[in-house]
Design a protein around this ligand. Structure first.
Ligand SMILES: Cc1cc2nc3c(=O)[nH]c(=O)nc-3n(C[C@H](O)[C@H](O)[C@H](O)COP(=O)(O)OP(=O)(O)OC[C@H]3O[C@@H](n4cnc5c(N)ncnc54)[C@H](O)[C@@H]3O)c2cc1C
Length: 389
């Protein structure tokens, strides 16, 4: 494996343990799941049984009580092993929303069951087809009627719904026209997915470029118990932003895992592949893009640790989480391009796994937040430039 410049790794124990588990699921396993467009159930179960999916759950609720930094190591190692955290990362970032804003009663109800693996909390429903990134304009509504909220509307690209028991749903509880700030008046709810499918939620899978289970959701008078509201009504957007910072940082770690995977693979390949009587890796035209990608992955890694540090210290980390995600997604994409390029034709053969990882890492330029929207955030919220929307 490529040596990183970090000499002391405080997370070496976690890394080693996750690597050992991942080694039981070699390339062929992930390749077959991808070919079948299946779900890596055995892999996710093994991670759950070993306690890794409960990394962020406090010990008193049956988890390990670790921070985002440790959770990010788990995600990084999955991707670095050749797997795809996209099958299970939802639980990690959704967890923070519940942990930081759920009531004690809610935590006691959900967390031990999630920690034990009885339930999965893998889904988060934010994006809508007609509003896209402009989240404050969402049209899905939740109207309080007695001890229930009645939900109507539509979501798109909602992942892992078929492999999760619960989803955190963002809906408008006060119309946009009646709030003073557009970020107010939205609320988040725990939705029991299997129950919802029977009573007012329709799921339509979206076949896509990556083996990523994602769906359109239609809500027609779906009733959610009022006790499933997380935190205070109307403050859901603020709560979800906390979760989004965790999500961005974890995705950054996944991209870093991908980046190292691509660099490991291509470095090995170009040392062995002989063309014109010498290893192709002896040509500087081959060396430099690989070296450049390595530098970028290493730099992104530093920003990822800074985002983790701030998040775990409960300090504002929006800028760092966004910048880490931006740098890491860009670096893993550069590494992916170098890797496929210098594998020549073999990069396109399924059995090399490069094309699969190439597709997987490309997603992170667009989701969960697109590169342009990160640039816009930094321009306006960090540099104070005039708002463009
Ligand atoms: C495989 C997959 C899984 C996903 N899983 C989930 C999930 O589980 N839950 C969930 O809620 N969402 C999920 N998403 C949705 C994802 O977060 C969105 O696709 C993403 O945020 C972009 O939103 P959009 O697709 O509506 O693009 P749009 O908002 O329509 O934007 C399209 C493009 O235009 C650019 N653009 C838009 N406005 C501007 C602007 N003002 N300035 C510059 N550029 C701009 C964007 O950067 C983007 O590249 C998933 C998406 C995919 C593809």
């Amino acid at each position: 494996m490529t040596k990183t410049t970090t000499t002391e790794d405080p997370y070496a124990d976690i890394r080693d343990a996750v690597r050992d588990l991942c080694a039981r699921f070699p390339d062929e396993y992930h390749r077959k799941v991808d070919e079948k467009r299946g779900y890596p159930a055995e892999f996710v179960d093994a991670l759950t049984q070993a306690g890794w999916m409960a990394t962020l759950i406090p010990e008193q609720y049956g988890g390990s009580g670790l921070g985002l930094a440790e959770a990010s190591v788990v995600m990084e190692e999955i991707n670095r092993s050749g797997g795809n955290s996209g099958a299970c990362h939802g639980q990690m970032y959704n967890m923070n929303t519940l942990l930081r804003h759920g009531s004690e009663q809610q935590k006691q109800f959900y967390l031990p069951r999630i920690a034990s693996g009885e339930w999965r909390l893998q889904s988060m429903g934010v994006t809508e087809p007609t509003t896209g990134t402009d989240t404050t304009k969402i049209k899905t509504t939740a109207v309080k009627k007695g001890d229930k909220y009645v939900v109507n509307g539509q979501k798109v690209w909602i992942s892992r719904v078929q492999h999760s028991d619960w989803m955190i749903l963002l809906a408008r509880t006060t119309p946009l026209a009646e709030v003073t700030k557009k970020s107010e008046g939205m609320s988040i709810f725990m939705v029991d997915l299997r129950e919802a499918e029977k009573t007012g939620m329709t799921v339509r899978p979206i076949p896509n470029m990556v083996n990523h289970e994602t769906n359109e959701l239609f809500f027609e008078n779906l009733e959610i118990p009022a006790e499933n509201l997380i935190g205070e009504e109307g403050k859901g957007f603020r709560y979800i932003l906390d979760g989004l910072n965790a999500e961005r940082t974890l995705i950054a770690a996944e991209c870093i895992g991908d980046g190292y995977w691509f660099i490991d693979r291509v470095t090995k390949y170009v040392k062995e592949r002989v063309v014109f009587g010498r290893p192709i890796g002896q040509n500087q035209g081959v060396q430099f893009p690989i070296a450049e990608a390595h530098i970028e992955v290493e730099a992104a890694n530093l920003m990822r640790w800074e985002a983790c540090r701030l998040f775990d210290a409960h300090q504002p980390c929006g800028a760092q989480a966004n910048m880490a995600k931006y740098l890491a997604a860009k670096a893993s994409w550069e590494a992916a391009n170098a890797c496929i390029q210098f594998h020549g034709g073999f990069g396109f053969a399924n059995e090399y796994d490069v094309e699969r990882k190439f597709r997987e890492t490309r997603l992170y330029q667009v989701a969960p937040i697109s590169t342009n929207l990160i640039l816009s955030y930094v321009a306006e919220h960090v540099l104070g430039l005039p708002r463009s929307f």
